[in-house]
Design a protein. Structure first.
Ligand code: ZN
Ligand code: ZN
Length: 337
């Protein structure tokens, strides 16, 4: 019988390999039909990555930055254009005339603000659903690997020899992160913008019909003030939710990645113990830990600018993890299929 580790030829009744000392008794040949089903299962879960593990194009990381730059450009253009048109039209004209002049600028502002939040919502949707799908698929892969090594171990003696790595492997898929609803997290970006735009439209309409001769009473001014405060409060609550989404996306990925490294390490040990070549070159670059508290403070002190970098990390970090995972899975495919 050939030793699975060093390929030395041993007598058929040997318990230990005479050359390297590996237990060869009870060895299940790698081409045995007993291993065919778990091997296929592993190959199937890896192939499933085409739909679950999407590496986003690099420019996606810059989408929030691009949106922000466009909104700054629009604001400047509107400010310049409205200053020049107001100076001609404001004197002696009714608010309705002035606002009619302002209407096209206002429409652009509202339209862009909605587009902005819908695109961010879409990005949030993609980020949350990508993590969901990836974790689910990886759990299936890990289960299939445990099943495979369990069967490949063969005799109780060999099982004993592999038991530590196999139990480490099964640990690596326990308490996987919970699934999040991607649509709900997309709404966290769309709803506050929709509400404040509707409110802005309503105020615009009210001002449009208002004339100088008909001054607003105290109650309606207080009403407008109250609603404005409520809108502000809503914006703060939604901002906290956005921070929370950033927090859990980063944190679950980091925890997941730590388990992934343990999984690769134990899988490689097991592969070589049952006679497969282990992966020769392992890239072990780790994703940065992103400290939520520090990032929130940075966001506040930069008046939100830092959030653009945070978005960038949320696109880039999972991309890196998925690329690294594909490398190892490519090796698995090569030796198992
Ligand atoms: Zn040997
Ligand atoms: Zn993974």
């Amino acid at each position: 019988m050939e030793c699975p580790r060093c390929k030395a030829d041993n007598p058929d009744n040997a318990v230990y390999c005479k050359k390297c000392g590996m237990i060869v008794y009870g060895f299940v040949p790698l081409d045995s039909p007993a291993l065919a089903a778990p091997r296929q299962q592993i190959v199937r879960t890896i192939r499933g990555r085409d739909s679950s593990d999407v590496i986003f194009p690099e420019w996606w990381a810059f989408i929030p930055l691009i949106l922000f730059a466009i909104s700054i450009a629009i604001s400047i253009a509107i400010a310049l254009l409205s200053i020049s048109s107001f100076s001609i039209g404001f004197m002696g004209n009714s608010p309705t005339t002035v606002m009619t002049q302002y209407l096209p600028f206002y429409a652009v502002e509202i339209g862009y603000s909605m587009t902005y939040s819908v695109i961010l919502g879409y990005l949030a949707y993609k980020l949350v659903s990508r993590e969901n799908n990836h974790y689910l698929r990886e759990k299936r892969l890990k289960k299939a690997m445990v099943d495979f090594f369990d069967r490949a171990a063969g005799s109780p003696e060999r099982k004993n020899q592999l038991s530590r790595e196999i139990s480490n492997l099964s640990l690596s898929y326990e308490d996987e992160p919970k699934r999040r609803n991607p649509l709900l997290w997309a709404m966290v970006f769309i709803v506050p913008s929709a509400v404040s735009n509707i409110y802005s439209l309503a105020t615009f309409g009210a001002l449009y019909n208002w004339s100088y001769s008909d001054p607003m009473d105290f109650a309606s001014i207080m009403g407008i003030l109250m609603i404005s405060m409520l809108i502000l409060l809503m914006a703060v609550i939604f901002l906290i939710l956005e921070f929370y989404m950033f927090h859990f996306l980063g944190k679950t990925l980091k925890e997941h990645e730590t388990k992934w490294h343990a999984f690769v390490y134990n899988s490689n040990l097991l592969l070589s113990k049952v006679g497969f070549p282990a992966q020769e070159r392992m890239s072990a670059t780790k994703i940065h830990s992103r400290d939520t508290i520090v990032y929130v403070i940075c966001t506040i002190f930069t008046l939100g600018l830092f959030m653009l970098f945070w978005w960038y990390c949320l696109v880039k970090d999972p991309n890196e993890h998925l690329a690294q995972q594909q490398e190892f899975e490519g090796h698995l495919l090569k030796v198992l299929s």
